[in-house]
Structure formats: structure tokens, C-alpha cells
Design a protein around this ligand. Sequence first.
Ligand SMILES: O=C(CO)COP(=O)(O)O
Ligand SMILES: O=C[C@H](O)COP(=O)(O)O
Ligand SMILES: [Zn+2]
Ligand SMILES: [Zn+2]
Length: 354
Amino acid sequence: MALISMRQLLDHAAEHGYGVPAFNVNNLEQMRAIMEAADQTNSPVIVQASAGARKYAGAPFLRHLILAATEEFPHIPLVMHQDHGTSPSVCQRSIQLGFSSVMMDGSLGEDGKTPTEYEYNVDVTRRTVDMAHACGVSVEGELGCLGSLESGQAGEEDGIGASGTLTHDQMLTDPEEAADFVKRTKVDALAIAIGTSHGAYKFTRPPTGDILAIEQIKAIHARIPDTHLVMHGSSSVPQEWLQIINEYGGEIPETYGVPVEEIQEGIKHGVRKVNVDTDLRLASTGAVRRFLAHNKAEFDPRKFLKETVSAMRDICIARYEAFGTAGNADKIKPISLETMYQRYEAGEMDPRIK
Ligand SMILES: O=C(CO)COP(=O)(O)O
Ligand SMILES: O=C[C@H](O)COP(=O)(O)O
Ligand SMILES: [Zn+2]
Ligand SMILES: [Zn+2]
């Protein structure tokens, strides 16, 4: 079984200059699509489970779904990550379930909606790091709130993300604050706010530098060169899938995501983890709508669910290739969480601040 820590994987990615997509998982079809794509492209994997995923699938089902992937694909190094934890205790329960990485999103309060004070964020994140590193488990923190620089609106979607109107400052991570945050919390990875938001409705036009602040990444990376940067809300919202959905009865208005080339630019400047959920949802919905429209007498769910697997698999393959993840799975020799703990304890993993 090749369950590894996120820190090990992202250290490898940094050393070799690539990024890793972190796909959200809720069901068997997503899990299969992610793993088959990884297998075909020799890519290491990050799968992440949100609070919504736990509610949908149930924690034991989710856990065993991910573990089943390590059983069927033992040669693929896999990180089991908890997405957007809202408190240290949520993260603690994920560690108890066997997750090798957790996100403590202290940019928002326990309700997952209200932007918090900086000191609160430092406190909950530092406490999570103490507990997680004692188990060899990696921690992702977040500084700044996801939201649209175009409209000033926060990015609440399905209960994840700030609600209401945010200031420009809240939506752009400050490099100075990032340096202080990393120094005080010792997080392994840091999610930054640069104008992306969760879901399909990110931009009303193809994004330019004023609404997607890729340049900000360079300034942050220069201060915290060892801390792996994370881009949330990084679905590209493929126009071809929007078209298919709408052609077969959907009603999704004009919208744009984060272009793959912009993500590639981020990867050149320290982005190592790229969160993608919406793209797989869009492909899945498009595949079901198209299949059922063409096969009106069909009622075996396996028929249309199979279509979703291949649609999602194609997106995963494209992202593994575009981010440079492909070709790296067999280069990673798993390090146990016990060894990771010893390295943290010895101070070997402490971040450099410039
Ligand atoms: O950031 C995400 C999960 O944490 C997913 O982002 P998307 O909605 O752009 O796929
Ligand atoms: O963080 C956002 C992810 O897209 C997860 O969304 P979800 O809460 O609907 O599972
Ligand atoms: Zn957040
Ligand atoms: Zn997110």
C-alpha cells in the first residue's frame, strides 16, 4: 500500500518542478477515473474529501474507497487529504481515520463561511500542525479568502467558502503576512487567495491579470520558497463540456474558469497542489445528459456511470500531463509517516523564510 504524506509528494514535485492536481472524491466513479488516469500516465495522486463528501458518502465509505484505490493500484503513491477542515478537532478526526494530510482552513470560522481574524487563523493552524506533525501527517493552511476580484463577492458554493462581500485585501494573500504565518505555524503547504473561487462561476470573461492575480504568486513564493503553494478553485471550466451540457437540456450561463496555461505559470513559481473538483462534475453531468438523450430506453445506471468515468478520466489525464505530474509515480519511494514524524521532530522540515 502506497499511502504517503502530502509533504513527501510536494517536496518531490518542488525538486523536479511539477504540480499535482488534487481531485475531490465523493463516489466510486470519480475514484476510478482518477486512479485509471494516474495508472495510464504514471502519476502520483492526491485525493481529497470535503465535509460535503463525508456527508454524501459517509466517512467509512469514503475512507474505504480511498484505501481500495491503494489496494488496486499499489504502485501509485497516494495522498489521502482532507479538504477545508473547519477546526483542529475536524482535522484530528481525519487523522484518526487514517488521512495522511489535512487542511486547516482557518481563514474562515467553524461555520465555514465567516472570515476570521489573523490571530485566530494562526492559533488554530499552529495547534493543528502540532498535532498532525506528531503523527507524521502534513498540514495545508490557508491565508486570504477565495473570492471574485471581478465582483468583490466571496466564493461560497455548497457551504464551502466565505459569504458576502469581501475587500480587495481579503481576496489577495499578502506576501509579508504569508511569511509571518508560515514562520509561526510551520505549515507544509499554504493555500493562497489570488482571485479564484470555488464552483463553475469564477469569471464572466476569460480572465486577465486584473481578475486573476498570477503575479502575486511570485511575490509570495520569493518570501517562503520551501512552502508549497496551493491554488484552490482551479477548475478550468471546459467550454466543450458546457456546450454538451447545454445541448442536452442543461442551462448553464456563460462562464469561464482558470486557464491551464495560467496554472502552468503558477507551477513555475511554487504552486505544487492544484485543487480541481468542478471540472469533473461538469464532465460527469455532460456525459450523463448526452448518454441518456441518445439512449432513451436505457435504465441500467452502470451504462451512464461508465460514461462519467471515461469523461472524468480524460480530464484527469489532461491535467496530469499539463501540470507535469505524469511520469513521476515510479520515481517516488514511499516514506512512512513514522519517519516523517521523526524528521519534523528533528527540525529537518522547518520552513525557510526570506
Ligand atoms: O478548490 C477546490 C476544492 O478545495 C475545487 O475548486 P473548483 O471548484 O474550481 O474545482
Ligand atoms: O472546496 C470545495 C470543493 O469543491 C468541495 O465541494 P463540496 O463541499 O460540495 O464537496
Ligand atoms: Zn478558505
Ligand atoms: Zn477549496
